[in-house]
Every structure is written in C-alpha cells, then in structure tokens.
Ligand binder design. Structure first.
Ligand SMILES: C[S@@+](CC[C@H](N)C(=O)[O-])C[C@H]1O[C@@H](n2cnc3c(N)ncnc32)[C@H](O)[C@@H]1O
Length: 263
C-alpha cells in the first residue's frame, strides 16, 4: 500500500446493496473491507473508501474530514474546457489546428482524468490508462456518472485500469500523452486537494525507470507525437531533445514529433 504516514485504509459499503462491490474493490486494492457497523474500526482507518452509487475517499474525521472524488462536471474543469484551443495541452497535442488529423489520443497516465476529459471534450477519442486500482475505481465511478448525465465527452472516453505499457489498443493511436507521477523524493506543491491526495497515495509507487520505460513504449505506440507534461524547471524526461516545448508558468509540455508528424 502507498501512503506517506502510517495509513490504514478501509473500504466501506454505503449500505448492504454495495457490500459485494466494496469487498471486490478491497480485494483489488489489497486492503480490508470494513463493515459500517464496526464503528471502532471505521474510526481507526485514516482513509475510508466509500462505495455507494459513486465511489469516493474520505480522510480524517469530524471537522478535519476531507472528501476526494473525481467529478467531470466540476466547475474548474468545465472552465478549462471552455478555454478550448488556448489550453496548452490542446495545443501540445495539435488539436488547436483546424484541419488536424488527430483522431485518437492515449492518456497513458490518467490520474483523476482531468486532462483526458479536456482532450475528449475537444472532440477526439481518448483511451485513458490508470495503473493504480483505487485511482482507477474513482475514475470509473466518475465516468459512469458522466455517462448517466449524458455528458458527450464521456462517450469518447474509454478507461483502462492497468499498466499503460501493457495496453494494446485495437485502433491506431495518433498521440500519446504522459503526465508522469511526481518522482520519489521530489515532492512538489500540489495544485489541488485531489492532486495532493494523489501525491500522498502514490508517492513511492513509480520510479524514474518506470517513467523512462513508459516514454519508450509511448514512442513505439504513437503515430504522430508523444507529449510529456513536466514542471517548468524539470529536465526533459528523455535524453532526446523534444521537437518543441509549450511553456506555462508552472509547467510545460515537451512535444516529441515522430515519423508521421503531420498531426
Ligand atoms: C500526475 S497523475 C496524472 C494526472 C492527470 N494528468 C490528470 O489530469 O488528472 C499520474 C498518474 O499516472 C498513473 N500512472 C503512472 N504510470 C502509469 C502507467 N505505466 N500506466 C498507467 N498509469 C500510470 C499514476 O498512477 C497516476 O495516477
């Protein structure tokens, strides 16, 4: 299990209808399923994954309680979608050009799916891969909700919970996008409550070598380009220089144009 502090995590069903799903998720994450009736145990776990019509995570108790969930209709994300072709990721993936040929993007490090959602909202098919089973479950829950709300981008978003390096997409992928996890020992200020949760939860899960291997796989898979998000001052992920960079204040996108760089 990943957590910076001694962290006990339990999975709880909101009510008996969700007990089976909660048990399965607990098995998947490799933690205990906690019965809501067992109040002492519920109070002891510092991270509670609650399974109901949606899946969310609570940390702390009482006034310190913090809820983490993925929500594709969140105002901040909606606002970002409205930015359209000015969004740096959209530009880095080449989607701002009127006649672009990008049809399918793989977001190989989906996390909480914000970037994947922005890409899908821009009109391309997105395959979002997330390796961590808890993050994957939060993402799946949000995607199901977005579909039930009839949000159009949700129909263009396909989720794969597993290692993106092992994903064999059935259709050609034009662009692979990577936003690798913060490396061990190099914590940075998280931009939001959700990012700070991700950072704590996954802090020692991925090594630099994992990220290199993912980059190499991305170069094998993408037809047109690989886009890597880096913090503004970080070294490029690869020893190959990027074809070009798109710079923001806190982060930048390194773009590696490949054989069919026309996209
Ligand atoms: C910084 S977060 C991405 C945040 C995301 N761009 C967003 O908009 O929410 C990185 C995520 O990549 C996932 N990840 C890292 N390596 C992976 C791999 N090989 N396959 C799938 N997911 C991976 C981590 O579990 C983590 O959730």
């Amino acid at each position: 299990m990943s957590c910076t502090t001694p962290c006990r995590i339990g999975v709880l069903a909101e009510d008996s209808r969700y007990a089976e799903v909660a048990d399965e998720l607990a098995r998947h994450i490799g933690v205990v399923a906690v019965r809501a009736e067992d109040e002492r145990l519920v109070h002891e776990v510092s991270l509670r994954v609650v399974v109901g019509p949606e899946i969310c995570v609570y940390s702390g108790h009482g006034r310190n309680e913090r809820r983490i969930a993925v929500d594709f209709s969140a105002p901040a994300l909606q606002q970002r979608v409205q930015t359209g072709s000015k969004d740096l990721l959209i530009r880095a993936c080449g989607l701002h050009k009127e006649n672009h040929r990008v049809r399918r993007v793989m977001d190989a490090t989906a996390g909480f799916g914000n970037d994947a959602w922005v890409l899908a909202a821009a009109g391309v098919e997105v395959i979002a891969a997330e390796q961590d089973p808890l993050v994957g479950a939060l993402l799946r829950s949000a995607l199901n909700r977005a579909r039930s709300q009839g949000l159009a981008a949700s129909e263009r978003l396909t989720l794969y919970v597993g290692d993106a390096k092992e994903l064999n997409a059935p259709e050609p992928i034009d662009v692979v996008y990577l936003d690798p996890m913060f490396s061990a020992g190099r914590r940075k200020a998280a931009s939001s409550k959700s990012m700070s949760f991700l950072q704590d939860w996954l802090h020692d899960k991925y090594s630099e070598q994992d990220q290199q291997a993912l980059f190499e796989r991305a170069c094998d898979v993408a037809l047109a380009r690989v886009v890597v998000k880096r913090s503004a001052k970080a070294e490029p992920l690869s020893s190959y220089p990027p074809t070009f960079q798109i710079k923001g204040k806190t982060h930048r996108f390194d773009v590696y144009q490949l054989g069919n760089g026309s996209a």
